[in-house]
Design a protein around this ligand. Structure first.
Ligand SMILES: *Cc1c(COP(=O)(O)O)cnc(C)c1O
Length: 299
């Protein structure tokens, strides 16, 4: 998660409760001890207060907060550890796209998988990252920035690199559909994913309309296959595609390499599409403190 400092110097954490809950679920999945999330959050706040001069003042900058839990039992063998260490790493970070959005190309990999049913893909574990490093290197060698992780014979889209993913489609009746894969055990329940979905749903229901965003917006958590993406691209119904995660917030996609051909995806004039742009604006406004919301928790 990240800590932000607004123009008046107030420091906030973005949706820390979701992070604490997810970390506890992840700890439990690998038989590490769970912990009191409120207590850890209090300690993190105290640490940030001590180190707050490390939060860059420049707009778009923030402090990356990475609580980490590892087993430390001095033993050989596979069993739940009787000793563990919980520590918190802080690092100042700049914006991912300091010079405007730069859409990325994805390699739809049919050789490697990130997650599988019954596996650990839905938990934030180090074990999920290491096996992705080599496929990432191979994708870069082929001229793509990241892997698009596919699942099953139908090639269901799951995630992009280490981000959740969204596609926007025009439906037959002229509505705009924002689609992301459901939390089926293979998808990491991202805070950014949830934030994008919540903003889109509150817009669609009229509870919190976002300027510039389509009136007839349908928000779907449903499986989506490469065939559907290919067909939508061919018939001009593919509106945009983007990755979503804490580090980058929103990352537009302009191309997918898939089974030897390239599928081209529209991007807006400044690199962002008509759905991601207003959502991104609202999201970063809430993070940077220019838009007040209960997602920002004072440090
Ligand atoms: C961390 C992560 C995400 C994004 O989660 P956020 O909470 O939005 O940062 C998505 N996919 C994977 C595999 C991740 O590890």
């Amino acid at each position: 998660m990240k800590a932000y400092r607004d123009e008046e110097g107030n420091v906030t954490l973005f949706r820390p409760d979701m992070n604490m809950k997810r970390m506890n679920r992840s700890a439990q999945r690998i038989a590490l001890p769970t912990f009191n999330g409120d207590a850890l959050l209090e300690l993190i706040k105290q640490l940030i207060r001590i180190d707050k001069h490390w939060i860059p003042k420049e707009p778009g900058h923030s402090l990356y907060v990475r609580p980490t839990l590892i087993g430390t039992q001095k033993a050989i063998g596979v069993s739940p550890p009787n000793e563990a260490l919980l520590f918190v790493i802080l690092s100042p970070v700049g914006p991912y796209y300091p010079a405007g959005f730069k859409p990325i190309a994805l390699y739809g990999t049919t050789e490697f998988v990130r997650a599988a049913p019954g596996g650990t893909g839905a938990y934030k574990l180090g074990v999920n990252y290491a096996p992705g490093v080599l496929p990432q290197k191979s994708a870069v060698a082929l001229g793509y920035a990241q892997n698009l992780w596919l699942h099953g014979e139908e090639h269901y889209l799951t995630e992009v690199g280490t981000m959740n993913m969204f596609v926007v489609l025009k439906t037959e009746d002229g509505s705009t559909e924002l689609v992301t894969p459901p939390l089926d055990g293979m998808i990491l329940p991202g805070v950014t994913r949830d934030s994008v979905l919540t903003l889109a749903r509150e817009h669609a229901s009229g509870k919190y309309p976002l300027g510039e965003l389509a009136d007839k917006l349908i928000v779907s958590e449903r499986p989506v296959t490469m065939k559907e993406i290919k067909d939508a691209a061919a018939s001009g119904r593919l509106v945009e595609m983007f990755g979503a995660g804490t580090a980058v917030v929103i990352s537009p996609v302009d191309r997918i390499g898939y089974l030897g051909e390239d599928i081209h995806i529209p991007t807006g004039e400044d690199g962002m599409g008509p759905v991601s742009r207003p959502i991104w604006k609202e999201l970063v406004g809430r993070q940077w403190g220019t838009i007040r919301s209960e997602w920002s928790v004072p440090v």
